[in-house]
Design a protein around this ligand. Sequence first.
Ligand code: ADP
Ligand code: ZN
Ligand code: ZN
Length: 743
Amino acid sequence: MLFADIIVDISHEKLDRPFEYMIPDSMSGQIKCGSMVNIPFGRGNRMIKGFVINIKDRSDYDPLKLKYIDSVVSGSKTIESDMIELAWFIKTNYGSTMNQALKLVLPVRKKSAPVLEKYISAAASDEEINSALERFRKDKRTVAKYRLLSEIAREGIIPSDIAADKLNISASTLKSLVNEGLIRVDTKENLRSAFTVRECSPYNIKLNRTQQNTADDIWNRFCAGDRRPSLIRGVTGSGKTEVYIDLIDRMIRSGKQAIVLIPEIALTYQTVMRFYRKFGDRISVINSRLTPAQKHDQLEKAKKGIVDIIIGPRSALFTPFANLGIIIIDEEHESTYKNEGMPGYHSREVAVKLAELKNGIVVMGSATPSLESYYKAEKGLYSLYNMTERARGSELPAVDIVDMRSELNAGNRSIISRKLHDMISDRLLKHEQIMLFINRRAYQSFVSCRSCGSPVKCPHCDVSLKYHRSGFLMCHYCGYTVPMVKACPVCGSGYIGTFGAGTQKVEEEIRTLFPEASVLRMDMDTTKEKGSHERILSAFSDHEADILIGTQMIVKGHDFADVTLVGILAADISLYSGGYMSSERTFQLLTQAAGRAGRGNKKGACVIQTYSPEDYSVLMGATQDYEGFFRHEMTYRKLLGYPPCMNMLGIMAAGTDETALDRVCCRISCLTDSMTAGREGIVKIGPSAAPVAKIQDRYRKIIYIKAGKYEELTRIKDAVENMMDSDPEKTVSITFDFSMNTR
Ligand code: ADP
Ligand code: ZN
Ligand code: ZN
């Protein structure tokens, strides 16, 4: 016997109170999560519709008291069924409760007072209006009436504030016309808007040959029924966005809708402006900066078909479009597409699943595709498109690598190398702009030698050790710990310490070195206020400053024509940040940052300052050699069994009681060992301390499992979940993290 949890009103508030029904044997094959069913409800067994959100083989209730599902509602699939099925996919593949997954995909229905607006329209026949117009025209005392009525005769309907402000119509004139039965005033509920447009020049781009071929091919494959995701690898400035715009245009012309994912909120305004130029009010925005009422209204607009295009970060994926045709994932390699909380889903995979449910397609683009996506493209799971030239014909920047060790040897202790210093002076003279980029991770504490550049590494793992305040260095993969070293283990130099110059320190130094330059800084501190991103960016864009200093935020997507120099101050920091993806991150960062230079007519240059000039991710990032990097990095991943060659599951256990935590980890470890015994190609690492070993007094331990088949990992996840349901150690909680899988 199978049982189903059913909700009758699909909203956050009702999720916690599902009703349980029995599934008749005859229907067991038909019913899945998301199915809409008819159920007898309440005392009178009134027949109502509900959605199945869970199917199980046990019930906590007395089966005699449960009713049977009456029938499956046949025919049209609803938006809700798709969303519930998507939630089920997320729950199954990333590990969360169905409730958590549902809350993610379903909009919160925040009731808020609607925005009311008054409209004026004609209330009489055309003949009556015309004769009234004739009358008003002749009489000097009725010029205002004539003005309003002729406007209405021309426009049909006009907002009442236009009548008041633009036509200068008084309330008494309005009232008198209403009394004469010529016009009427109606109140309409308006949906809030999510953005305001300041300036807008019309769209006037004509695709070049490469762009046209790419868009044509993706569209033709779509029309031919090929639903494979597309990956566009296009160098920075190659015009990927215009390809997205063209595809979206074709989609909405055929009655479908589009979701455009961007890696972070900071990019919203400029992306919106580009799309607005083409699509006007057919677009809207969803992100966490909107008020609940604004967010609610955008979802309504999407559902009602008032807009066809939604732009936003991760969460925009869950826009309830009835007929979604295309999901764009811009800068698909960005780590922000992975949700750090529970469920730890990756937007790329969820997008592919959603497109499958909607019979639509996914198109992703990047200058530096994630290894995972490129690997899939090579295997034929994605279709690959290459765009190798910049759309405006400008050349890619010339890149110089500066070895910071020799700077120190030559007596330069500044964070700015001599080379970069000279080039900044040169650009300031020419009145060109400069961007200085500093890694966000610079705030963190990785220890390395200032003389030879060696990081202090764990002897058991290929990662650098992290400095802890208690004076210890620790490996976050195996837990290896040593006291802070006094001298470099490689060259013996005493110049060893934590890496780290924040943006603020850089700003101070730049102001000292170049007192004549005007400087803007963009980081977490300067962008707390609403609208501050846009203010800084548009100020820089208007050339109100010579130098922009910033973190990751300034690297992505921005297009400043006057920037001819990009300086990357410490390329190494992402390299030694630990984790198997650090080389990939470094390569991406360098390529993307260098790509900011010379987007206009003048050729750009880029200076990469590094302590490891011979590292392949630095070298290949400098030459923008994606293929070379991919081959090199894949060899390493294959050798060490990291994704995308293997699938990896992190099981994180956390609790305030460390001994209880250890007991749970032990049990999980035994369970996974017994499940994987004798199976080839499954590797377990840990338990060991998590990268952040304690958060808010909760200790954290992590176990990694690597497997060739993704299903092995979901099987283990399910077993661990089951075990935890009946585990006596109630203070310990478990979260799952599936990294970069190759399903
Ligand atoms: P990407 O997203 O690949 O980095 P963009 O789409 O931002 O590149 O394009 C870079 C610049 O080139 C933008 O300013 C864009 O407006 C311009 N551009 C792109 N395609 C064309 C085209 N066919 N004709 C003229 N300008 C173009
Ligand atoms: Zn050294
Ligand atoms: Zn280690």
